[in-house]
Design a protein around this ligand. Structure first.
Ligand code: IMP
Ligand code: MG
Length: 183
């Protein structure tokens, strides 16, 4: 798999250190809600945020629930964003809850903007957006993530949950895909 990458952008140790930092910050923001015994629900946006979420939540000491949502924005083998499509059920029980949307990457922002709207419509008490990566040069929406692991340039990256055509999610680091590896 590594032969399909032109560059390793973020190695496993750097990711692990940063995930711990973001978790501490997220934990600080959630602490007042937890103290008041208000319900917190993390909503991982699958499939890309699977690995990030697994690492993130193990640094969070608060009581919280997990309620996943599945979205696909790259239909098949393309590196171009085509707008987000929600697959399957959207978590229903959001009313009065503090919702943390967790995703792998904030690219154009369309996916998280769509989900942010839905969750607010369903009466969430607050919405926090937490992403591992962001590509500020690609933003197309007014919404901004509350917590960002790393801002990266406009390149197509894979690994640590991020895929190209369903592949490379299991790489423990994040790298830039070679143009030749794109079908
Ligand atoms: P957005 O709606 O344009 O923000 O797209 C967000 C989704 O597109 C992410 O959740 C990823 O699944 C996917 N995506 C965006 N950029 C990349 C990338 O560089 N590598 C892999 N997936 C990406
Ligand atoms: Mg995704």
């Amino acid at each position: 798999m590594q032969e399909d990458l032109s560059e390793i952008l973020l190695d496993a140790d750097s990711i692990a250190r940063r995930v711990e930092e973001i978790a501490l910050e997220l934990g600080r923001r959630l602490a007042p809600m937890a103290q008041r015994d208000e319900p917190v629900v993390l909503v991982p946006v699958l499939t890309g945020s699977l690995v990030f979420t697994a690492d993130l939540i193990r640094h969070l000491p608060q009581k919280m629930r997990l309620d996943v949502v599945t979205v696909s924005s790259y239909a098949g083998a393309t590196t171009e964003s085509r707008g987000a499509t929600i697959r399957g059920a959207v978590p229903e029980d959001m009313a009065g809850r503090h919702v943390v949307l967790v995703d792998d990457i904030f690219d154009t922002g369309n996916t998280l903007s769509l989900l942010d709207g839905l969750v607010r419509e369903r009466g969430a008490a607050s919405v926090t957006i937490c992403v591992l990566l962001a590509k500020p040069s690609r933003y197309e929406v007014d919404l901004r993530p509350d917590l960002i692991g790393f801002e990266i340039p406009d390149a197509f990256v894979v690994g640590y949950g991020l895929d190209y055509d369903g592949l490379y999610r299991n790489l423990p680091y994040i790298g830039i895909l070679k143009p030749e590896a794109v079908k």
